[in-house]
Design a protein around this ligand. Sequence first.
Ligand code: ASP
Length: 368
Amino acid sequence: MKAAWRVWMIAALAAGSVASLTAQQPAAPASRQWAIELHGGAGVIERSKMTPEKEAAYRASLAQALDAGAKVLDQGGSSLDAIETVIRILEDDPLFNAGRGAVFSAEGKNELDAAIMDGANLKAGAVAGVTRTRHPISLARAVMDKSPHVMLIGPGADLFASQNGLEMVDPAFFFTENRWQSLVAQLQKEGRPIPPRPAGVPEPPPSVTPPAQPVPTRGPVDESPSAHIHGTVGVVALDRQGNIAAGTSTGGLQAKMPGRVGDSPIIGAGTYASNASCAVSATGSGEYFIRLGVAREVCNLVAFKGLPLQEAADQVIHKELESLRGDGGVIAISPDGQLAWSFNTPGMFRARIRQGGKPVIAIYNDEP
Ligand code: ASP
């Protein structure tokens, strides 16, 4: 009896010390200097395939979103507020695979996923398969702040959004011609059926020829690492109070099965934040990121192996992810002000700025 009690006590003490390690106990002294970093997706993004106009448009969007987040932090706003502000802008930007401009499922629907996490207290909110909420990141925040749960999916998540006064839209709001044509091209190439054009969207422009009968050329799903369409968005930030946070929003993978959920809204896979280690947002072929628990893995290497943030991110992306032949990247921040990004694709849309510093905007893997 006594022995059992002792075992229980040791277990309780150990649990307590783990809890204190992971919440409200910064591993390194928190920096009072704010910093913010964002990504707009990783993938086969090559100079040769980018027009100067398109590249300029991406750089301008990244710079504008970064600036909005920097302003929030500079005025003393929280890392959570900065993240929500930036992601709302990117969700409205049709260049990115989140909100308006999201990719389509094989059934021709936009099913949106998002998550946000507060490193100060390990609170988190996530949504998956949302179809009517204009800003999934704000819905994830509402789940965190106003519900007893961490994750809501599908119609229940949209209902919670409308009950909490978030802006609701017709699913056609998320439609863009570019993404639709990209879906049609992929399904045709793979010999899969092409769904009807969604209701309520504009007529196709006259230059677009109606989809031909699909001709099978390969298996039912293209699993090659380059198959995924980039454009997921994510932000990590450190505020003047020394708190870090992370958020991610996405339409997922193009031509995904209806109901498929990727890593972005899975806490520990595509999104994670703890003041005890780091905050991470990921982008890439989500199935690999879920299997590896990528975001938490980066933070564990910081917390338990004492690795510098960049080394931890590189180890997970260039060793662990690559050993599974997964593709993608992460952005990461720590409470002591370290910033890191790491990706194994030709490009990742990304940007960062520190208090008093100059913005860095980059796309290709040969940029610093
Ligand atoms: N990670 C996202 C997903 O698998 C997609 C992406 O980042 O491009 O849903």
